[in-house]
Ligand binder design. Sequence first.
Ligand code: 5GP
Length: 119
Amino acid sequence: MSKTYDNNNIFAKILRGEAPANKLYEDDNLLMFDTIDPIADVHKLLIPKKPVVDLNDFIEKCTEEEIGKFFKSVKKAAFSLGLKENEYKLSTNCGELAGQAVFHLHFHLLAGKIHGHNT
Ligand code: 5GP
């Protein structure tokens, strides 16, 4: 089922430059920035530039090429932090019951010691 995207969610505003964020990596497919509430030594947020609500919405609305390009960029973003291929995790909360609080798809990139469990 297709979901309605709210153009005024905070990550949409960050993408448009209307809200501040500490941007760390950006290309045609994604933006990576610091979370305001880190739960690990390394905790970054990676968002697609496409206006999609969550992972299901991303899969439904984007082409296989777009999805593939996004994940190629995920690897580039992770490596741009100096992370190695054997030391990071990626997670996404899909829907309110999973703990999703911002309704623009985002992946939590985590590395090092984890201090909390909300992702
Ligand atoms: P969720 O619970 O939706 O999976 O994760 C939301 C993430 O967005 C959390 O890491 C939270 O700290 C982060 N977050 C919420 N509001 C803002 C904001 O205004 N700016 C930034 N940079 N991160 C935010």
